[in-house]
Design a protein around this ligand. Structure first.
Ligand SMILES: CC(=O)N[C@H]1[C@@H](OP(=O)(O)OP(=O)(O)OC[C@H]2O[C@@H](n3ccc(=O)[nH]c3=O)[C@H](O)[C@@H]2O)O[C@H](CO)[C@@H](O)[C@@H]1O[C@H](C)C(=O)N[C@@H](C)C(=O)N[C@H](CCC(=O)O)C(=O)O
Ligand SMILES: Nc1ncnc2c1ncn2[C@@H]1O[C@H](COP(=O)(O)OP(=O)(O)OP(=O)(O)O)[C@@H](O)[C@H]1O
Length: 516
């Protein structure tokens, strides 16, 4: 993917520090501009990304005054910082205009719309949250909107594409100044829809503070992201996610989620609530019936009712171009959003039938279809439950071989949950490397092995390439039909080892090489 030169965008009108200070004061923050008439144009939190005239935000646990010095050297017009840090920072860059505030994280989110000349006024913004399915739903919606020639911008854990910049994403939801730059770019590129994933971290740390969402989708909630560097407990995780409804016009809620009642309660803050359900016995505005696997994905009947139980639109047959019965609820969410945005029915049908979500449920099959590999991003308990139960019912007679690991330094609960769930469905588990960070792969795999249910065949092959090869070899050697699940890395081409991210062959590339 390419990163387009940011100077390609039309020049933004400058805004003064005094005007920004007034916005902050009106929002209840203390804010003092050293030179109220000093102009700034654009802003960033990273000294390495500074362009002349930018407002540089000094924040963060690992922040060093040297970053500010380097930002000023690169042409920063002014800086924004916590008042408590001002003396130290002013010493590093004497005479540079600044805006000192009582809460720099909130301040950077509140000034970003001013700095970027309110792009939200020209955009319809869809925010998607949930423990699992955010990227898939975002791509389903993008696929529909593309089919309708309504090309949206997209921002999430796979890629960022705002019509000006296009690159592999670093975070699911970026810091507010980068987010607002992408919104501005979208408008400058002539786009009027932004489809974005909203992470619980994004909500908790005010990365989306003040962002008006036309539609907020809440897909589901499961235990995840609980660790020293994420959320201290489930309640913190769940309540962070529920904050999405504080800033939306229409809420789209999956009634099939755990804790659906609490989600619906929180959604009542929205002007309008639309529900979806992939369960025949749970009525909803958008409901799927007669869900069935097809050779290339799955199919269902869409029933739309504005009053529970009463169909208000003709029942429509829908084909999904990727497998995974759990994808039906993602598709319902995408359909609801697409209709709210005005996409026609034929674009909905085409967009969902011709679908690729990078690294999610990608199928590589041998010519005779005796060996099928599915490359997928499942990596926590919720997605394992959904994936394995769905694969067992879509491929009831195949031998299932699953290759996976667990990450180092975080989400340690997965080491118990993943083998427990996978062990209920698979015939062979192969434990391997999955972003070990500062831990030893051998140790993580040994923990997975220790939590494997009694009687389930399992092996440890720390080298991921060798593990994938072994799984595919096993599938070919087996007399009947096999399904190889290569999990958690999708089409990613890097492993997180120590502080490095060395390049490796992706699971998708390996499967394509090894399966004929
Ligand atoms: C490394 C790390 O843990 N960073 C977390 C921390 O950021 P921070 O503001 O303290 O910044 P920092 O990382 O200490 O860096 C200091 C600052 O110096 C700047 N810098 C750095 C180097 C340089 O040369 N010049 C420079 O200017 C950096 O741009 C940064 O602004 O504190 C922030 C909240 O106060 C966190 O959001 C942020 O999480 C990082 C970005 C992260 O990757 N977090 C993950 C867990 C995350 O957010 N994940 C979610 C997905 C998970 C989910 O679904 O919930 C996501 O949205 O991606
Ligand atoms: N609605 C769903 N319910 C349960 N599991 C799902 C659902 N949708 C997708 N999955 C599983 O979760 C995996 C990740 O899906 P996806 O990337 O769409 O989720 P995400 O919310 O963006 O995840 P992450 O936050 O890890 O980026 C998929 O590969 C699939 O195995």
């Amino acid at each position: 993917m390419t990163q387009t030169d940011r100077t390609d965008t039309p020049a933004l009108p400058p805004v003064t520090l005094g005007a920004l200070a007034r916005v902050l004061t009106a929002a209840g923050l203390d804010a003092t501009a050293s030179e109220p008439d000093a102009p700034v144009r654009g802003m960033t939190v990273d000294s390495r990304e500074i362009e002349p005239g930018n407002l540089f935000v000094c924040k963060g646990a690992a922040f060093k005054p040297a970053f500010l010095a380097s930002a000023v050297e690169r042409g920063a017009g002014a800086y924004l910082c916590d008042a408590s840090k001002l003396d130290e920072l002013a010493g590093a860059v004497p005479g540079t205009p600044h805006l000192a505030v009582s809460d720099v994280r909130r301040a950077m989110a509140l000034v970003a719309p001013e700095v970027y000349a309110h792009p939200e006024r020209k955009l319809r913004i869809v925010g998607i949250t949930g423990t699992k399915g955010k990227s898939t739903t975002a791509y389903m919606l993008k696929s529909i909107l593309d089919a309708a020639d309504m090309t949206p911008s997209i921002l999430g854990s796979i890629e960022t594409d705002d019509g000006v910049e296009h690159f592999e994403s670093h975070n699911t939801t970026p810091e507010a100044p980068e987010l607002w730059r992408h919104l501005r770019n979208s408008v400058d590129a002539g786009r009027d829809i932004m489809v974005m994933e909203v992470s619980s971290q994004g909500l908790k740390y005010d990365r989306v503070l003040g962002l008006p969402l036309d539609i907020a989708v809440f897909l589901n909630i499961g235990r995840d992201h609980i660790s020293g560097i994420e959320h201290p407990n489930f309640e913190d995780y769940f309540s962070s996610k529920l904050r999405i409804f504080e800033q939306c016009d229409t809420a789209v809620v999956n009634l099939g989620s755990e804790h659906a009642e609490r989600i619906l309660d929180a959604a009542e803050r929205a002007r309008r609530v639309i529900t979806l359900s992939a369960h025949a016995d749970v009525p909803a505005t958008y409901q799927a019936r007669a869900i069935a696997p097809t050779p290339t994905g799955c199919a269902f009947e869409l029933v739309r009712s504005d009053a529970p139980g009463e169909a208000t639109a003709p029942v429509a047959p829908i084909e999904l171009g990727i497998p995974g019965l759990f994808n039906v609820e993602n598709a319902l969410a995408a359909i609801a959003c697409a209709q709210l945005l005005g996409a026609p029915d034929d674009a909905i049908a085409r967009g969902l039938a011709h679908l690729r979500v990078p690294g999610r449920m990608e199928v590589v099959a041998s010519r005779d279809r005796r060996v099928i590999a599915i490359i997928d991003y499942a990596h926590n308990e919720l997605s394992y439950q959904a994936l394995f139960s769905s694969m067992r019912s879509e491929y009831p007679d195949r031998r299932i071989i699953a290759v996976f690991g667990a990450p180092g330094d975080k989400a340690v609960e997965r080491r118990e949950a993943l083998p427990r769930v996978a062990g209920q469905y698979a015939d062979l588990l192969i434990y391997t490397e999955e972003d070990p960070a500062h831990e030893r792969v051998e140790d993580i795999c040994a923990e997975l092995a220790a939590h494997t249910p009694a009687g389930v065949a399992h092996r440890i092959i720390c080298d991921r390439e060798q593990a994938v090869e072994a799984a595919i070899r096993d599938a070919y050697e087996h007399d009947g039909e096999s399904l190889v699940l290569l999990l958690a890395k999708g089409d990613e081409t890097r492993q997180h080892r120590g502080d490095e991210y060395p390049e490796v062959k992706s699971d998708l590339a390996l499967a394509r090489e090894l399966i004929d």
